[in-house]
Ligand binder design. Structure first.
Ligand SMILES: [Zn+2]
Length: 439
């Protein structure tokens, strides 16, 4: 069954709340706008997205190392990076109704989308998107600190530390997953654009003459990551930025875009940042940030290729891409056909009934499986309804313990997508699941 694009958005938002993927933050206080909390299955999905990124970007590569830099940072970093002066949006206010808009996002520069007034806008003011706070007990300008608006600068400021301790040489990368903060004027589209979000970024340092080659390499590598995790080819595209879209320091940028219900929108940007960041920090700090080959005597400032992805919006894209409705025996079955590596639970252990004699063997099966995979255990309601619940949160395998189990020491394993069932001896269960749940 085809799910209508307009309906898909509401369906996924409802599912998120109903099954515990995403909750409105501070809901008991009326909700905190555009801020979300990840529930019991949402946190697992998000962790799995980040884990798969880390596996492909760090674990499987000898040329990339990890980092976890601080969120609080001194103004000097943002002065050097250009964020203090350039990381701004032009804002206008409507004199009639007081609504505030990003000037560059207005469809009609002269008409207020809220009240319809004409020529009611104030002159545009530049508004900095960084969150500022104070470190320590004194509120004065000397104690000002910022919440990082991107994780990238931590990789640049630690360039020499990583170079000296990791024994890497260009081409090599530094990868980081962490929260960033931007005071967006118009957040929206559920978890797509929020003021607090999580990034997965990697800075790849290369000899200057090789930067075009590595840019192409990372565009392809990153597209393949989404496809390899089961995202449909039709749902993805690589959009090359026009010359006038590029930041002044960028030599090339391409976005990986997902076909969201509201249109194509960005999941990840891959940018050739040249030597801009290292040069800026070298100038501002007075420290040389360069690669120095003690063997050949070669010395240069590496250029940087940066694949920067949003973890939270990527998790949402996988949810939307995996959501399907099927007709089974005259009823609609909602199923999340997530790649098993992303599924919150890999296995659900389900006693056929609540009868005492089934509980003990079911707990034994749970104890057997849960050291290997994230498991759910559920013993209430009819088995059919429990299958549907697991389908809806994307659990690839349900293991059912029935009265026959007491005799034949075997369980029924049901696969999510095909709904095919196998009878598997308990002693062979781990082997059966291992061959199907490949990390
Ligand atoms: Zn107005």
């Amino acid at each position: 069954m085809d799910v209508n694009k307009e309906e898909l958005f509401d369906k996924v938002v409802n599912l998120s709340k109903r099954r515990g993927f995403v909750f409105q933050s501070a809901e008991i206080y009326g909700g905190f706008r555009s801020t979300y909390d990840y529930g019991p299955v949402g946190v697992l999905l998000l962790r799995n997205v980040k884990e798969q990124w880390w596996r492909s970007m760090v674990q499987f590569r000898q040329d990339v190392v990890g980092l976890d830099a601080a969120i609080l940072s001194p103004p000097a970093i943002w002065e050097a990076s250009g964020h203090l002066t350039n990381f701004t949006d032009p804002l206008v206010d409507c004199r009639e109704c007081g609504s505030r808009f990003r000037q560059d996002k207005l469809e009609d520069q002269n008409k207020c989308p809220s009240c319809g007034a004409n020529s009611s806008f104030t002159e545009a003011r530049q508004f900095n998107l960084m969150f500022k706070t104070n470190a320590g007990p004194v509120i004065d300008s000397a104690a000002e600190v910022y919440l990082r608006p991107e994780t990238a600068q931590g990789m640049f400021t630690n360039f020499t530390n990583v170079l000296n301790t990791s024994r890497k040489k260009p081409p090599f990368g530094i990868a980081q997953i962490g929260k960033s903060f931007r005071n967006e004027i118009t957040p929206g589209n559920f978890v797509f654009r929020t003021r607090e979000f999580e990034q997965m970024e990697m800075e790849y340092f290369v000899p200057p003459s090789d930067s075009d080659k590595w840019f192409e390499y990372w565009c392809k590598e990153r597209m393949d990551w989404y496809l390899n995790l089961g995202m449909k080819e039709d749902s993805l595209r690589l959009r090359v930025h026009d010359k006038d879209e590029l930041s002044h320091y960028s030599r090339a940028t391409s976005d990986i875009e997902f076909s969201f219900p509201w249109g194509w929108d960005e999941l990840e940007g891959i940018a050739n940042r040249t030597d801009y960041d290292l040069n800026q920090h070298a100038k501002a700090s007075g420290n040389r940030l360069e690669y120095n080959d003690s063997g050949s005597g070669e010395r240069y400032v590496p250029h940087v290729i940066e694949p920067a992805a949003g973890a939270t919006r990527t998790a949402m894209a996988f949810l939307m891409d995996a959501y399907e409705e099927e007709e089974v025996n005259g009823e609609v079955r909602n199923v999340l056909k997530l790649d098993h590596r992303l599924s919150p639970y890999k296995v659900a252990v389900l006693p056929l009934s609540k009868k005492d004699e089934l509980i003990e063997p079911s707990k034994e099966v749970l104890n057997l499986v849960q050291p290997h995979w994230m498991c759910d255990y559920d013993q209430t309601q009819a088995i059919g309804r429990r299958y549907r619940r697991q389908d809806e949160i994307g659990t690839p395998y349900c293991v059912t313990i029935d009265f026959e189990t007491l005799e034949d020491k075997a369980v029924t394993v049901r696969e999510r997508d095909s709904m095919h069932q196998d009878r598997v001896p308990v002693l062979e269960l781990i082997e059966y699941l291992s061959s199907r749940l490949v990390p």
